[in-house]
Design a binder for this molecule. Structure first.
Ligand code: SAH
Ligand code: DHB
Ligand code: MG
Length: 221
C-alpha cells in the first residue's frame, strides 16, 4: 500500500462526496499562490470537521492554527446564522490570506481572526469571558499541544468536542525515546488526556493525500 494509492482513494472519495466547491477551491489556490505551506486538512477531513460541528450543533467554535482559513471555512459553514468562530494565527501573512479567503466564502460575519501567539491569545480570550466553545480544533504548533489542550479544557463545557490534528506523525509518536519536539508534544498530550477524568477521547490513524497521520477526538464530560 503506497501513498499513491492513498491519494487515488482520497481523490475518488473527494470527487464523489465533497465535489468542486468554488470558495474552498479558491481558498487553496490563493493560499498556494501566496506561498503558504500546503498543510491544510484534506477535503474529506475538512468535511469531517464540518460534520462533527453539525452533529455537535456547534454555535461557538474555536480554532487554533488558521493558515489560509481552509479548515476555518469548513467549520464556519456548520454554524447557524448567529454562530461564531474565533481562529488564532501567529503569522500576519497567513491571517491576511485567510481573511480574504473567508470573505470570499461569505463567512466574514461569523469568523474572527486573532493574530498573535496562541499561548498569548488564549488567556486573553479567557480573560474576556469568551466561550465556552462547543468545538475546539487544535492545529497549530505541535510542541504546544499540551498547553492548548489545557486551555481547551478551560474554554469548554461538558459536551464540548476537542479535536487535535497531526497526532500520529508517520507513526513517530510510538517512539518513547524521540527528541522531536512535536512528538514529545503529542506524547505529553496523550498522557494528559489519559489522566484527565473530565475528557474521554480516542485517536484515529489516517492515510491519504496528506500522508500517514491521525487525529484525536475528545468529548468533555
Ligand atoms: N488549520 C489549518 C492548518 C493550520 S497549519 C487548515 O487545516 O486549513 C498551522 C498554522 O498554525 C500555521 O498557519 C502557523 O502559522 C500557525 N501557528 C504556528 N505556531 C503558532 C502559534 N504559536 N500560535 C498561533 N498560530 C501558530
Ligand atoms: C504541519 C502542520 C499541520 O497542521 C499539518 O496538518 C501538517 C503539517 C507542519 O507544521 O508541518
Ligand atoms: Mg494539521
Amino acid at each position: 500500500m503506497t501513498e499513491e494509492l492513498w491519494t487515488a482513494v482520497d481523490n475518488y472519495i473527494t470527487d464523489l462526496l465533497v465535489g468542486p466547491d468554488a470558495a474552498l477551491d479558491s481558498a487553496l489556490e490563493a493560499s498556494a499562490a501566496a506561498g503558504l505551506p500546503q498543510i491544510a486538512v484534506a477535503p474529506n477531513q475538512g468535511k469531517l470537521l464540518y460534520l462533527l460541528a453539525l452533529i455537535r450543533g456547534a454555535r461557538n467554535i474555536l480554532e487554533i492554527g488558521t493558515l489560509g482559513g481552509y479548515s476555518t471555512i469548513w467549520l464556519a459553514r456548520a454554524l447557524p446564522p448567529a454562530g461564531a468562530l474565533i481562529t488564532l494565527e501567529s503569522d500576519p501573512k497567513h491571517a491576511e490570506v485567510a481573511r480574504s479567503n473567508i470573505a470570499r466564502a461569505d463567512l466574514a460575519d461569523r469568523v474572527e481572526i486573532r493574530v498573535g501567539l496562541a499561548i498569548d491569545t488564549l488567556p486573553q480570550l479567557h480573560a474576556e469571558g469568551k466561550g465556552p466553545f462547543d468545538l475546539i480544533f487544535i492545529d497549530a504548533d505541535k510542541p504546544n499541544i499540551p498547553n492548548y489542550f489545557a486551555w481547551a479544557m478551560k474554554l469548554s463545557r461538558p459536551g464540548s468536542l476537542i479535536i487535535v490534528d497531526n497526532v500520529v506523525r508517520d507513526g513517530a509518536i510510538i517512539d518513547s525515546g524521540s527528541d522531536d519536539p512535536s512528538v514529545l508534544g503529542v506524547r505529553r498530550f496523550n498522557e494528559l488526556v489519559a489522566g484527565n477524568s473530565h475528557v474521554t477521547a480516542t485517536t484515529i490513524q489516517t492515510v491519504g493525500t496528506k500522508g500517514y497521520d491521525g487525529f484525536t477526538i475528545g468529548l468533555v464530560r
